[in-house]
Design a protein around this ligand. Structure first.
Ligand code: NAG
Length: 165
């Protein structure tokens, strides 16, 4: 009985997923470029994650810029979690940092994915998990900053409103 219900839910999930263009499971993969060293990118991201670990900033400002949790970090790889205040589930975040060419340039491959398997549409929450950190830390204003993704790699990217999420 239980497995029959699960199978039906899974089928429904497949049907819903065929109606939108994004990944089957709510997630976001994007690339950032920064005209500063990976060491500076790493410290900025880690400081921002720590600043937003408590719920305080969400109480003050609204939105989802709180409840981040650093799991592990070094200059090449950062792992964190973000608990969504509105839906109360956890998303897993990873940042892969690669120095490119000159030392003063860093390429970051960032990924956010929702823990619960049934989450397919997320209003761009996984995108905002990543985007809010880069904005909060001011990294989006450093020389040479660029961001690259699309709706196929990043669920509901083009309609995301990170003021809310
Ligand atoms: C995003 O949401 C905020 C708060 O509801 C709203 O003021 C703003 O206009 C929205 N932005 C866009 C681009 O829809």
């Amino acid at each position: 009985m239980r497995s029959a219900v699960r199978a039906e839910v899974f089928l429904a999930a497949l049907l819903v997923s065929s109606a939108h263009a994004g990944p089957l499971h709510a997630q976001c993969r994007l690339e950032w470029n920064f005209g500063i060293s990976c060491y500076n990118v790493y410290t900025s991201l880690v400081i921002q994650i720590k600043l937003w670990t408590s719920i305080d900033n969400c109480i003050k400002e609204g939105g989802e810029r709180c409840l981040y949790e650093l799991q592990s970090a070094n200059e090449h790889y950062i792992v964190a979690k973000h608990r969504n205040l509105l839906h109360n589930y956890v998303d897993d975040l990873t940042f892969k940092l690669m120095s490119s060419g000159a030392m003063q340039s860093c390429r970051v491959s960032a990924f956010s994915v929702s823990d619960p398997w049934y989450v397919m549409l997320d209003n761009g929450i996984n995108y905002c998990n990543l985007r809010n950190l880069v904005e909060g830390s001011g990294l989006d204003a450093v020389p040479g900053f660029s961001e690259s993704t699309d709706d196929f790699r990043c669920t509901q990217y083009s309609s995301a409103n990170c003021t809310i999420y």
